[in-house]
Design a protein around this ligand. Structure first.
Ligand code: ASP
Length: 335
């Protein structure tokens, strides 16, 4: 029988009511799961629950927590057939993206899930999300970091939280779902990643100074100059449409050039959830290309941020980072 490790990091699924609103409570989930009889009958795999401490609302997740989750998986990698990570929905797409890079040569399923309504409430979506994630992990068809929510299995580094209150909280607008959980769990076999060639290893992240700048009509780039050129190592700039910036880039160009001289990498993503960045299509995006910005193509901001953390933590030179930002490493971009 397959053996799956459930890692509970916090998030709505295991929260209880408090005077300040929902909050995670230590040891509560283990008891709550004993009341879900279906978790203990065929065809459910054998599973074990590991609770992280402290439990977090995922708004509080950062590099340290990603490193802890990755090392928990690393230490137990051979002991289990797959992993289900219970996580808050708010930053689940960031954690999924981060883990997709940290877990190098992953050959087992790592499925993130959670819920919009806690298990302690009548209409919780947590029960199905957990049961189906466990089944997907046990089936072992996917060998990558995925996100399961509301009947859809998404590639983790393509996912983005789309709805603050709907049950279909996640989408992956630039990548088809890996599986649909209808009456049966139907995989899109052609999309599944093939087994890796190298040995599994965990690459921890360093606290790299990374920033996300969203352009808007009237943005005064000079206000960002010192932070962009002196403090940040990696910048994701969320542009309009296919990579366009206001002012034909005139204000931004010298700042980008200066930032590059300081070893900063600037990746261009789009504010549109769907579609890709194509630098140079319009006069309003050419300056970015000339200044040396790299295209994030159709990467989500979540994936671009995680990828910058990864590449800097790997210790690559800036030129290599620029080249790898535009290369598909884990299915995170289409070229
Ligand atoms: N604020 C919660 C969290 O991200 C929301 C959720 O779990 O859905 O932990």
């Amino acid at each position: 029988m397959k053996k799956i490790c459930i890692i509970y990091t916090g998030g709505t699924i295991g929260m209880t009511r408090t005077e300040d609103g929902y909050a995670p409570k230590a040891n509560y989930l283990a008891t709550a799961l004993t009341h879900i009889e279906d978790l203990y009958r065929a065809p459910m795999p054998e599973w074990e629950l590991l609770e992280m401490a402290p439990l977090l609302d995922s708004s509080n997740m950062a590099v340290e927590e990603w490193n802890r989750i990755a090392s928990v998986i690393g230490e137990r990698y051979t002991a289990y057939d797959g992993f289900v990570i219970l996580h808050g929905t708010d930053t689940m797409a960031y954690t999924a993206s981060a883990l997709s890079f940290m877990l190098e040569n992953l050959a087992k399923p790592v499925i993130l899930t959670g819920s919009q309504i806690p298990l302690c409430e009548l209409r919780s979506d947590g029960r199905d999300n957990l049961i189906t994630s466990l089944l997907i992990a046990a089936q072992g068809k996917v060998r990558e970091v995925c996100l399961y929510f509301g009947g859809r299995l998404l590639r983790g580094n393509r996912a983005t939280k789309y709805s603050a209150d709907g049950m279909l909280a996640f989408r992956s607008p630039n990548a088809p779902y890996l599986a649909d959980a209808g009456i049966e769990i139907r995989y899109s076999e052609a999309l599944l990643r093939t087994p890796p060639e190298g040995d599994f290893r965990v690459q921890p992240f360093e606290h790299v100074p990374i920033g996300v700048i969203k352009v808007f009509p009237g943005i005064q780039f000079d206000l960002f100059e010192s932070i962009m050129t002196e403090q940040l190592k990696g910048i994701v700039i969320e542009t309009f449409g296919a990579g366009n910036i206001p002012g034909n880039g005139r204000a931004l160009l010298p700042i980008i050039k200066k930032a590059f001289r300081h070893g900063t990498v600037l990746a261009v993503c789009s504010q549109c959830p769907e579609g890709t960045v194509t630098l140079g299509t319009y006069a309003t995006s050419s300056p970015l290309k000339e200044a040396g910005a790299v295209s994030g193509y159709d990467m989500t901001t979540e994936a671009a941020v995680a990828k910058l953390y990864y590449l800097f933590s790997r210790g690559y030179d800036t030129d290599v980072i620029k080249q790898k930002m535009e290369t598909d490493l884990r299915g995170e971009l289409t070229r």
